[in-house]
Design a protein around this ligand. Structure first.
Ligand code: SAH
Length: 240
């Protein structure tokens, strides 16, 4: 194979939630660039002689500059290497994967995207929460808790809200939702380290969620909506 980059989604955590295609692309790589959100067990599917490069640290720590990652991938691919860029969840959902794709294309690198199960789907599934359900939720919205969202519009939409990167701002987010008219007793939950052995979750009415989730550290997904009533049916096949 000629030099190329596979932009791969590793899924939400449990390595068994990687796709067959992700495993195959990872196994073809000479070099693997892996985000720290990715469970180390996923690397078992890399070639034993593959070079593993850890990039991108979370929350406060010094992160690898994006430009460095982009240039390294382009340089490796141009010199004939097969590069696996392994990112948590889906590579093109909230993880700057789109930017990487753009940079690689601009550099004339052949890129193949391998989708993955995003945490916003995998985390609710780990509790048996359907993100849509006839009669309860006709839509689902994926939103980041980082920036200021149009919470009013989201409340009015009655869609299930799946919030990424929102744990630190949870009190602010809940205050905004309540101010914009959401029922204080709306079922809500926070799922930390979803699908991993260390998974923890709290389920509470919206108004009590910040207090209930105070002990959690993340990474975490917040789910708000009637569908959270389904919470509790733990997925049978969790990471062993
Ligand atoms: N591309 C990723 C998201 C990257 S943004 C995806 O599609 O899932 C990082 C955020 O994803 C975290 O702050 C958290 O909100 C969420 N996340 C990723 N893995 C998670 C997990 N195992 N459990 C809970 N939340 C997770």
């Amino acid at each position: 194979v000629s030099g190329r980059v596979y932009l791969i989604g590793a899924g939400p955590g449990d390595p068994e939630l990687m796709t067959l295609k992700a495993v195959r692309a990872l196994g073809a790589a000479d070099v693997v660039l892996v985000d720290d959100l990715v469970e180390r067990g996923c690397l078992a599917y890399a070639r034993p002689d593959a070079r593993i490069v850890e990039v991108g640290k979370r929350g406060g720590c010094k992160s690898t500059p994006q430009i460095f990652i982009d240039r390294m991938m382009a340089r490796l691919a141009a010199s004939g290497h097969v590069v696996a860029r392994l990112k948590g969840g889906d590579p093109l959902v909230f993880g700057r994967g789109g930017e990487e794709l753009e940079a690689l294309r601009a550099a004339g690198v052949e890129v193949e995207v391998v989708p993955g199960i995003t945490a916003g789907i995998g985390a609710p599934a780990a509790l048996g929460i359907p993100v849509t359900h006839r009669g309860l939720a006709r839509a689902v919205t994926f939103v980041t808790g980082h920036a200021e969202a149009d919470w009013r519009a989201l409340v009015r939409s009655r869609a299930t809200l799946v919030i990424y990167m929102g744990l630190r701002r949870l009190p602010l987010i809940v205050a905004a939702l309540l101010r914009d008219g959401m029922d204080p007793r709306m079922p809500a939950c926070v799922i930390e380290k979803a699908t991993l052995k260390a998974q923890r979750e709290v389920v509470a009415p919206l108004e009590r969620l910040p207090l209930a989730a105070a002990e959690l550290a993340g990474p975490a997904i917040i789910v708000v909506g009637e569908v959270v009533r389904f919470a509790g049916i733990r997925e049978a096949l969790k990471a062993a």
